[in-house]
Design a protein. Structure first.
Length: 276
């Protein structure tokens, strides 16, 4: 039984707004996670310690979704559960680790032959708090602030199939791609102009033509760039869905060491909600 009284969530719209998923999807997520929860979390807990103040799997998942979706502070969530911040912090760490393990999107691209025919890649940046050390390497010249960058790989139907290891904002998109696992050799890759030079690593790739002062784009090249942009908008939509969870769009306040777990968990939840 949930310890957090949700009776004030008077409509499905409000539940979706606060958690980022439909009420039915929430129940399906609980069912998907429950066997792993019992094996990895509940069974060891029964052998030692007192019951959690936050509650069971339902409450833990609700804590994760509301914190991720609304980016409220853990102090505020602690008030809702009439507990302390450290309890919420432990609960979040417990459930997000499980969600990333069971649902999360990994770095390596695992796709079937049909899905591998077309992969769309792009990088996303998120503001972070000013680092205490090595500030220069985290400073993004494009965003004019300190950021953390991640590469997202999706299939043509919108399934997120890879989330890269987070990198400092100063690292170039192409360098992030080269640091990660290689894309399937049979895939045709669609990328933006930030991946100029990837042709040397992957033969089947479409990248926009880049104009210069000395060489403006021809009519055919402009048409090609426009068609490629219309196809690549799917990855922008996927990144938009990730950023609808405000923990991935507002200034990131948590330890950077946990960023990979959080974005992997969110990507997995989005895939699950979409039926993948």
């Amino acid at each position: 039984m949930a310890k957090f009284n949700c009776t004030w969530l008077i409509s499905k719209r409000q539940f979706r707004s606060l958690t980022g998923v439909e009420a039915d999807t929430f129940r399906e997520l609980v069912d998907r996670l429950r066997p792993h929860w019992r094996e990895r979390i509940e069974a060891p807990k029964k052998r030692s310690g007192r019951p959690w103040e936050v509650g069971g799997l339902d409450d833990h998942l609700l804590v994760l979704l509301i914190l991720y979706r609304c980016a409220i502070t853990q102090d505020f969530m602690a008030c809702l559960y009439r507990t302390d911040k450290s309890t919420i912090s432990r609960s979040l760490r417990r459930i997000e680790t499980l969600a990333a393990r069971v649902l999360g999107v990994k770095r390596a691209v695992h796709v079937c032959r049909e899905e591998a025919e077309a992969l769309i890649i792009d990088c996303t940046e998120q503001p972070i708090q000013r680092p205490g050390r090595k500030q220069r390497c985290w400073y993004s010249g494009k965003k004019k602030r300190h950021t953390i960058k991640t590469e997202i790989v999706i299939t043509e139907n919108g399934r997120i199939v890879s989330v890269s290891k987070p990198a400092p904002g100063r690292v170039h998109d192409l360098e992030i791609r080269r640091r990660g696992p290689p894309l399937p050799s049979s895939s045709h890759v669609y990328a933006d102009s930030g991946y100029q030079g990837l042709q040397d690593d992957h033969s089947a790739i479409d990248i926009p033509y880049k104009k210069t002062k000395a060489s403006p784009l021809t009519k055919d090249e402009r048409a090609y760039n426009h068609a490629l942009s219309r196809f690549r908008v799917r990855v922008e939509h996927s990144i938009g869905r990730l950023k609808s969870f405000r923990i991935l769009s507002e200034r990131y306040r948590y330890p950077r060491s946990r960023y990979a777990v959080k974005i992997s968990a969110v990507a997995g939840i989005i895939n699950f909600a979409a039926g993948f």
